[in-house]
Design a protein around this ligand. Structure first.
Ligand code: SF4
Length: 328
């Protein structure tokens, strides 16, 4: 029996998921931009959204970050930060060619998948990368070994897979997928390729798994689950899907509290609230205040994991911070 099921259903209540919001990789990436702005001064260029969240991007823009799509938009010699989602090796080459000072805010758990891709490619494996076509992380990982990697975009992508040697195939994945859907994709791949190897450790990261797990716990008790997150945030979108699959009567993704439609709450007794890994908690607090204003004042936090992981800032930035401190 879950904690949620032990709570009597009286009146209007909120089940607040924990863990939710910022993960270690996002926290590090946002801090990287903030510290770079303090150290080098504005403008600091950031290739792609540092993390997929509208509020975070707007807040950093207001402090002097300039978001660009490609290195070609960055003035020669300027500082550019690569986003948490990771980049292909050619992006480093482009930065070098333009004499950019590059700071890599790729999440170390994405870097781990890049290392796996490089290693299996060096051993001449065919690599089946499970992920969403066009997602920045997938583009970056595939760029490590384009000749060896083919994308499998969910269970329906399995039939298109062709390999050179069925004895030498491994699957890897994007870090922010649905755990259950990925298991289904792998099962289908294995029915076609019985000798398919698995990654040495989980590619779907702890933060993605933990946020999905707690949503599964609360969803069966919820009339509606509100996920705070942006539409281009893979892990946030997955949370809505997971909530619906786990029995929530309805699920909605919002960037901000004011996007909540009162019609979603009509007749609802229990509202679940969570947020994606790129969402600062102040946006969740805004949602709770919004719900409280509509009678949902009874908030119960449901915790299924304790997260303590932190990542240190990128080496290149730490080195400059240390040098600046020594000069001061
Ligand atoms: S969601 Fe996972 S992989 Fe992505 S930044 Fe956070 S910890 Fe890293």
């Amino acid at each position: 029996m879950t904690q949620a099921e032990t709570t009597p259903r009286t009146g209007k209540r909120v089940l607040l998921a924990s863990p939710r919001g910022y993960c270690a990789g996002v926290d590090r990436a946002v801090q990287t931009v903030e510290e770079a702005l303090k150290l080098y001064g504005a403008p600091i260029y950031v290739r792609k959204e540092i993390v997929h969240n509208k509020h975070v991007v707007r807040t950093l823009e207001a402090k002097g970050a300039v978001f660009v799509e490609e290195n070609a938009e960055v003035p020669e010699g300027a500082t550019v930060i690569f986003s948490a989602h990771g980049v292909a090796p050619e992006v480093y080459e482009q930065a070098k060619a333009r004499s950019l000072k590059a700071i890599d805010a790729t999440c170390p758990l994405v870097t781990k998948v890049h290392q796996e891709a490089k290693r299996f490619a060096a051993e001449d494996y065919d690599i089946l990368l499970i992920g969403h076509e066009g997602h920045e992380e997938v583009v970056g990982t595939a760029g490590e070994a384009p000749a060896h990697i083919q994308l499998v975009d969910g269970p329906d992508g399995v039939d298109k897979v062709t390999v050179r040697d069925p004895n030498k195939v491994v699957w890897l994945s994007q870090t922010t997928l649905s755990v259950d859907e990925t298991l289904e994709t792998v099962a289908r791949l294995k029915s076609r390729l019985p000798l398919l190897q698995s990654p040495p450790s989980d590619d779907i990261c702890y933060a993605t798994s933990n946020r999905q797990h707690v949503v599964k716990e609360i969803a069966p008790d919820c009339d509606v689950v509100i996920v705070v997150g942006s539409r281009n945030s893979s892990n946030s979108v997955r949370l809505v899907e997971v909530a619906l699959d786990a029995g929530a009567r309805a699920g909605h993704l919002v960037d901000f509290a004011h996007e909540i439609d009162d019609a979603w709450l009509t007749g609802a007794g229990t509202v679940g609230v969570t947020s994606g890994a790129s969402v600062p908690d102040e946006l969740v607090q805004d949602v709770l205040a919004h719900l409280a204003g509509r009678g949902f004042t009874d908030v119960e936090e449901i915790t299924t994991a304790d997260e303590r992981l932190t990542f240190s800032l990128p080496q290149e930035l730490k080195r400059d911070m240390k040098a600046a401190a020594a000069r001061a």
